[in-house]
Design a protein around this ligand. Structure first.
Ligand code: HEC
Length: 121
């Protein structure tokens, strides 16, 4: 027992490295104490059609935007404000940063391409 107590601080500090910053961001992106970002922004932030419906004869599309090129300050601002469709989240700046870094790393190849060769809407 004595030995276990002695080991405890070691174990606790080791667990900090247990999941990487990337995995932490991935976890938050998919489970951000609320509706998963992936539900509306796709698996890795590329955007996704949420719903299509007809208004009269006109087809309307509600879409989660492509957020792969959104800068961090904008992401922080967006997550801390109210929107018509997107829920408001209560994440700390560090958590938003982890999500941001996750999206950046996940889309490394895409993001290294020329900005204007892709739509950035
Ligand atoms: C229910 C659907 C939904 C969910 C869930 C959702 N979003 Fe969104 N998000 C949207 C829609 C729709 C827009 C674009 C229009 C708007 O601002 O409402 C948007 C816009 C954004 C933008 C860009 C805003 C801008 O200024 O262009 C960012 C960044 C973003 N979302 C990040 C996230 C992150 C990160 C999560 C998870 C923590 C998330 N969203 C969850 C629907 C959603």
């Amino acid at each position: 027992m004595k030995r276990l107590i002695f080991l405890l601080p070691l174990l606790l500090s080791a667990s900090e490295d247990f999941i990487s910053h990337y995995e932490y961001g991935e976890m938050l992106y998919n489970n951000p104490r609320g509706v998963s970002c992936a539900q509306c922004h796709g698996k890795q932030g590329e955007g996704k059609v949420i719903v299509k419906y007809l208004e009269g004869k006109e087809e309307k599309v509600i879409q989660g935007s492509d957020i792969r090129r959104k800068p961090l300050p904008q992401m922080v601002h967006t997550l801390n404000s109210f929107h018509e469709i997107m829920p408001r989240y209560y994440l700390t700046d560090e958590e938003v940063k982890a999500i941001y870094d996750y999206i950046q790393e996940k889309n490394e190849d895409y993001l290294s391409q020329e900005q204007d060769s892709n739509s950035t809407k």
